[in-house]
Design a protein around this ligand. Structure first.
Ligand code: PLP
Length: 353
């Protein structure tokens, strides 16, 4: 055994690190990234702005200007407070660190894998309640499980990843009302969905909303936000590492997120393309495309594994699922710009001949 193997916590030794597939020279449609980079007409001004960032200094510890920029972009009310993270992943971990050792984290399955991962990092238990056959919440089962297991923290991705649907709003309200847990509504895909729990924060002291700029064009900046009451954020902020939002991220986001109109227009374009992809792929008899409120589509398909491999051979990377995920008959694709979507559609048509 190597030194590190005998030294390390045994439960960590048995984990696999988060897997990111090789994507060099591939059309990248696997990770819900936006296809839109910094617009060329803004590049000069953007670089001038970045030039003023003082990389020899620590960043603004409170990211005050950035919080104002985000408030304006996402219409966050003055009554709520914001905690920033190096991606929302960091905030998911921070929430786990706020629990007592041995507490239970609950979520639904299938959903975002980091909820279970962070529970392991932080010595917590985890329970995933199975979604029903249309990937919605079975409310009576959920309420019963919550009552018997008494979770400390409940993560609900709204809309859900990897299924793409938004769960029933009233079912979630019921969960918030009947549970003593802190309920985290993870709205990573808020820009592609028509409902949000932001306005409910003032109604429930056990509700917080998580958002990120990763799915609206800025995954490379690593910036997520937790929105909650002033009292909640005041306490959780004690767990944040100092200066976690670096100088270049603060400067870039302050500049790029000001362009609210373009961000909105890009999201609208992707919503339109989502509809086109849905219709064109639904016409292929070997596929069943699930309705989506996100910038991706989950597709049930004949020979999913073989289709996935064939797409990679043809230069297109989409997300496939392992056999233990319960989703091995599915692929998940990011919605992109029209020509890239058309490339994908043709490749799938070719595969099924
Ligand atoms: C992509 C995603 C995240 C991660 O966001 P980052 O800000 O990039 O860390 C969180 N939650 C869900 C549901 C996601 O799909």
């Amino acid at each position: 055994m190597t030194f590190i193997e005998q030294w390390l916590r045994s439960d960590i030794k048995n984990l696999n690190a988060y897997y990111v597939p090789e994507s060099k020279n591939l059309l990248k449609l696997d990770a819900m990234e936006s296809p839109f980079g910094v617009p060329s007409d803004l590049m000069g001004e953007f670089l001038k702005y970045i030039e003023q960032a003082e990389v020899n200094r620590y960043p603004d510890a409170e990211s005050l200007k950035l919080k104002d920029t985000l408030r304006s972009l996402m219409n966050i009310s003055k009554e709520s407070e914001i905690l920033l993270g190096n991606g929302s992943d960091e905030l998911i971990q921070l929430l786990a660190l706020a629990c007592n050792e041995g507490d239970l984290i609950m979520s639904f399955e299938p959903s975002f894998v980091m909820y279970e991962m962070v529970s392991k990092y932080a010595h917590l238990k985890y329970h995933g309640i199975k979604l029903d056959s249309s990937f919605d919440i079975n409310l009576s089962e959920a309420i019963q499980t919550i009552k018997s297991k008494n979770p400390k923290l409940i993560f609900i991705a709204y809309p859900n990843n990897p299924t793409g649907n938004a769960f029933d709003y009233d079912a979630i309200l019921e969960i918030i009302k009947t549970s003593k847990a802190l309920v985290v509504l993870d709205e990573a895909y808020y820009a592609y969905s028509d409902r949000s729990f932001l306005s409910e924060i003032s109604n429930f002291s056990n509700l917080v909303v998580l958002r990120t700029i990763s799915k609206i064009g800025f995954a490379g900046l690593r910036l997520g936000l937790l929105i909650g009451s002033k009292e909640t954020i005041l306490q959780l902020n004690k767990l944040r590492l100092p200066y976690n939002i670096n100088v270049l991220t603060q400067a870039s986001a302050n500049f790029l997120l000001k362009d609210k109109k373009r961000i909105k227009k890009n999201a609208e374009l992707l919503i339109g393309e989502r509809q086109r992809l849905f219709e064109e792929l639904s016409a292929i008899s070997q596929l069943k495309v699930l309705p989506s409120q996100t910038n991706f589509l989950l597709i049930n398909c004949d020979n999913a594994q073989s289709l996935h491999n064939s797409l990679v051979e043809n230069g297109i990377l989409v997300k496939g699922f392992s056999s233990d995920s319960g989703l091995s008959d599915f692929i998940r694709i990011s919605v992109s710009v029209p020509n890239e979507n058309s490339t994908l559609i043709s490749a799938i048509k070719d595969y099924y001949g």
